[in-house]
Design a protein around this ligand. Sequence first.
Ligand code: ADP
Length: 242
Amino acid sequence: MSCVLEIQGLGKSYNSVDILKDFDLKLIRGEVLSILGPSGCGKSTLLRLIAGLEQPEEGSIRVEAEHGNTGKAFMIFQDFDQLFPWRTVLDNVIYPMGIRKIYSDKERNEAALEMLDMVEYKDSISKYPHQLSGGMKQKVALARALCLNPDLLLMDEPFASLDAQTRNSMQELLLRIWKRKGLTILFVTHDIYEALAISDRILVMGNKGEGIKTRMELEGAKPRNYGSPELMKLWKEIYELL
Ligand code: ADP
């Protein structure tokens, strides 16, 4: 199976405090991996490093496309301000394709409409972000990332600000898209249930500089049932580690 992400000996510090040290991680194409860990342990820093928004001090990060070429990793953030407030929904989705010179104008428009359909965005494409609910904004952000054909989707607590019901339906939607598009997802969350429901693997990080405390492989179809006794048992196991 092909590797999408390979991190070796990664090191990053801020103000001489080690945040990540000798950090290794591999992700196989098509995997959903969630990272849990105490606040400040370096989860967002790790995603920013993978996205190329920051540079590591040590080690290497490789994102691979299907035939061994350098791949693309795109990030979806928790806050809803990631959309341009002065652009319509459609323009928000089209804009990054233009910046990256992907497709012709006509194809960009078609790709944007196709991905908005895929994320089940049912509102007007002429609306502006301030006219949308939190869930709708996250759908638009997801459509925008999907248009760029990411090899790796980095999601930094993307559903943390949503109400419980919207959050559940967004988790289900994400998995439907994951299946259709064969996505590889690295997902950071504070919510143990969320990690257990949607992931193939979970990493639990220790405090800053401590690295990975536990790795967990999960069986069975996703999303998993929140109320099942097996999940409750795993929840307790992880809770005690955090
Ligand atoms: P997490 O996502 O696990 O909550 P972060 O990766 O956001 O943690 O942050 C890890 C640590 O690094 C925190 O102590 C945070 O204050 C610090 N940190 C993050 N970004 C910076 C920065 N740009 N400058 C200085 N310190 C930072």
